[in-house]
Design a protein around this ligand. Sequence first.
Ligand code: F6P
Length: 552
Amino acid sequence: MGDNMSDAWAAVMAAGRMPRADGTAPDTIRALFAADPQRFERMSFRADNMLLDISKTAIDARAMAALLELARAAGVEERRDAMANGEHVNVTENRRALHMALRAPVGASRASGGAAVAAEVHSTLGRMHAFTQAVHGGALRGATGNRFTHILNIGIGGSDLGPVMAVRALINPASPMQALHLGNVDGHGWRALLATLDPTRTLVLVASKTFTTQETMANAVLVKGWLAQTLGEDKAASHMAALSTNIQACADFGIPSERVFPFGDYVGGRFSMWSAIGLSLALALGWDSFERMLEGARAMDLHFLRTPLAENLPVLLALTEIWHVNALGLSHRAVLPYDERLRRLPAHLQQLEMESLGKRVTLRGEPVPQATGPVVFGEPGSSAQHSFMQMVHQSPQPVPVDFILIARPDHPWTQNHRILLAHGLAQAEGLLAGKNADAVRAEMRAAGSDEAAIEKLVEHRVFPGDRPSTTIVLPRLESFTFGQLIALYEHKVAVLGALWDINPFDQWGVELGKQLANPLLAQLEERVVKPGQHDGSTTGLLREILKLRADG
Ligand code: F6P
């Protein structure tokens, strides 16, 4: 680490942990608000109609200056521009990270993530559009002449989580097609879907960047067999399409080239729902909605590329994470979208952030000197308030929260939405304000409790407060704002990669399990446990399972 970076890190850590130069402890978040009536105005930022409020964190002027200096020292802008320009920023796989090009219009400059691969991106988009129109218009039908009414997307990880999340977020109840997703290799998932699917009306998309992922290919073979039972061996493939970078493997699987929608190896799985991997979205949501989603992401791309660091939403969100993880040592973060349609957002962010940022070495292969990505978890509010929010309010370890609030709903039940918003705002307010023992006593006295009962319960009812959160507000949840929101988090991940000097675009950590599964699969098939091949626990568990599966 160069001197500049070491100094910048030292300043950030000092702002978080050390007493101030005059010996006083850093201000609490409550004190920062008390000292600055304009704090919300100063610490909330906009991109188009999106508002990001980071005022409910302990980032004060000194911390913000240190964080911005860290961003400069880490070369965040240079690394952002290198990514947009198509440099091989994914150094361990020697690949570009050009997901921004997937939503750049024809003619967009290279510096704005466009030109390098524009022709192939738009060729695939054109084919996806034509395919969607043919399916919706009925020109493209099933082998028996029925219209397709269901899409089954088979894929896992980035070939599943983004599309699942987006369909749930944006589906129009009047949509002519229903999208279902088969991710897990667990056959119970397939059994649950079988009941709702008619093979003569089902279009199957095999979504796999590599077209070698064991779970996806096992499911693809299973589903192809199911199609063949009704349609005949020769017709099964006419109900299938492939979304992949591996054209040869798609052909080997029997999917004709006109049904293969390609994308480049410069698109990482967790950044891929804007590519051919999004075909289930175009079919289920309609082409206009899919295009608006790309436009929303593009708007966030332009904001990210053109806005100074100090007002740049992805940069500020990333710096807030650095503050919490590194300066304050908080290893978890909760995500609470106050919109049931965003219920799969936390799962998508888990892959996007934890697969990208859970890294142990820097770009040069040296140990990362500080903690990297936090554990991300979440659920929609207000339901989450009735499960893990107890811990967030009262456990000794603070957990920063991302609140996502949508001002206007797409349903007519206004009072429900007011209640929802009130709960979201109240959670963030309560985390900050807390409730001290005197307030608890006063409250209990007013409710008629006697002094003995009060003293027995008072500490249980205290909230420490001063707990950090950030809040994103969107006017409505629709394709454009949804695209903005997801791109915001994508760019936050890229910025954190630069700040921690790690590669956020590879995922070597998932390889070991894949390798070890093969010999275990063989032993499950052959029903033999080879001595000395595994640790004692794995051998014992394998023996136990084989005993319990005595019949196969
Ligand atoms: O196992 C991790 C992973 O490689 C993810 O990064 C990826 O999104 C997922 O598997 C699926 O891979 P593929 O799209 O190649 O089937």
